[in-house]
Design a protein. Structure first.
Lengths: 86, 261
């Protein structure tokens, strides 16, 4: 099962409930949406799509299919942005 | 060798140059202060003319070698030590010198975690400063023209000092269309307006995270090192925690000031 974790050497700050993440080498900033913010907090440790889905479903009533698709999309975007690694 | 002392922000900077042209450029555009025999300069700069080729774009090539950082744009090169205490600037002409000094001061104040140079205009209204930024063509210069007789603190790059106890703006020498007589004292920053020209006048406060995103590309900065870039992020984070940021839709008249103050 593929696992994901935050890239090291990033800076991130939470403001008004939203996370903003700096990639200091690429000189980019990324603002995360609500789901992304929850995942980001969990990604201090290795996580799979499955583990993230279970943790989010323990707090929010959402269907497995919808949340899994959103998490996959989020992880793909974060890998592309260099903020999360497999 | 000619020597001058200037002040930018609350920094004392010692300029040395054999070039009369360089000295004249400094005298014309900067706050020259009496020679300070006993005081240590925050930054020492030696300026030479005769470097490079005509302006060919804003890209700056940044390299490090043997304890020196080089910022090379073709029409200027800055060589500065890793502690940002001593710099040599070699330029082709006055235009290159103006931009080289802005480049150097920007990276110096980030290194010191003192503050930021923000691409914006800024005016004083009462006992506070109000900063206007936005995409190219959004109206930063128009706002300056519409703000007379308010004091102009900057029309291109605002000098912003950011500390945990407050945010201040200093009279900026980095200008495009106006000149300063450097009579304005530093002053508290009351708000940041991101401009949009419109048929209406409206002002909406942005969330802090949105403010961070909107201001990140308004900072004049040439990233030499991820450690330095992280300092910008921390300074911006402090700035948006301390100062409200608004989206300001404005018409081409001075009525927007009623929304601000």
């Amino acid at each position: 099962m593929e696992t994901y974790i935050r890239q090291s050497d990033l800076e991130a700050v939470e403001m008004d409930g939203s996370w903003v993440v700096l990639h200091p080498v690429d000189y980019t900033v990324t603002k995360l949406n609500a789901l992304g913010g929850v995942c980001w907090e969990l990604l201090t440790k290795e996580q799979s799509v499955q583990s993230l889905t279970e943790k989010i479903q323990s707090d929010y009533e959402v269907s497995t299919e919808i949340v899994q698709n959103d998490i996959k999309q989020f992880l793909n975007d974060m890998v592309d942005a260099g903020l999360v690694k497999k | 060798m000619n020597q001058l002392w200037i002040e930018i922000g609350d920094h004392s900077i010692r300029i040395n140059s054999q070039s009369e042209q360089a000295i004249q450029h400094i005298v014309n555009g900067f706050k020259v202060v009496p020679t300070k025999q006993s005081k240590k300069a925050n930054l020492d700069i030696v300026i030479e003319y005769g470097y490079g080729y005509p302006f060919n774009g804003f890209d700056v090539d940044i390299t490090k070698d043997n304890g020196t950082v080089f910022y090379d744009r073709g029409d200027y090169i800055i060589e500065v030590d890793l502690n940002y205490t001593s710099a040599n600037i070699k330029v082709l002409n006055d235009f290159a010198l103006k931009h080289a000094l802005m480049n150097l001061y920007s990276v110096f104040i980030v290194h010191e975690q003192w503050g930021l140079l923000i691409h914006s205009s800024c005016m004083r209204e009462g006992n506070k400063a109000y900063l206007f930024s936005g995409q190219s063509g959004a109206g930063k210069s128009t706002v300056v023209e519409l703000s007379y007789p308010r004091a102009i603190l900057s029309d291109e790059a605002t000098v912003v000092k950011i500390t945990s106890s407050g945010t201040k703006v200093y009279d900026s020498p980095f200008r495009s269309d106006t000149t300063s007589f450097f009579q304005e004292p530093s002053i508290e920053l009351g708000g940041i307006q991101l401009l949009e020209q419109s048929e209406n006048i409206n002002r909406f406060r942005l969330e802090k995270s949105e403010s961070m995103m909107s201001l990140f590309d308004k900072v004049f900065y040439w990233a030499s090192d991820p450690v330095e870039t992280k300092k910008i992020f921390e300074l911006l984070s402090q700035l948006v925690s301390d100062v409200p940021v608004y989206r300001l839709q404005f018409q081409k008249n001075n009525l927007f000031w009623k929304e601000i103050s």
